[in-house]
Design a protein around this ligand. Structure first.
Ligand SMILES: [Zn+2]
Length: 86
């Protein structure tokens, strides 16, 4: 049992939400699409309200890793915000 291979598959990145540096496995990490122009998902305004995402915003956006803490917060927020569980 126990080997030395496959131990270091993680990468270090900065959480797009809280700016915390954290290690993650790129194969399993949750990512969100972030529009570099606003620093927010293309469908979200700075006020936290939703708006239709324009194709341009989506096109320039890139997947960014999110740390587990923010993911947990987002899930709770999502449940409160979307009671139908969409
Ligand atoms: Zn975070």
């Amino acid at each position: 049992m126990g080997g030395m291979a496959d131990e270091d598959t993680t990468e270090t990145g900065r959480c797009i939400s809280c700016k915390r540096t954290f290690r993650y496995d790129p194969r399993t990490v949750e990512t969100v699409l972030i529009d570099p122009q606003s620093g927010l998902p293309p469908g979200l305004t700075v006020l936290g309200t939703l708006r239709p995402a324009t194709p341009e915003a989506v096109a320039r956006s890139a997947e960014q890793p999110v740390c587990p803490d923010c993911l947990e917060r987002a899930r709770k927020f999502d449940q409160a915000w979307n009671p139908l569980g969409g």
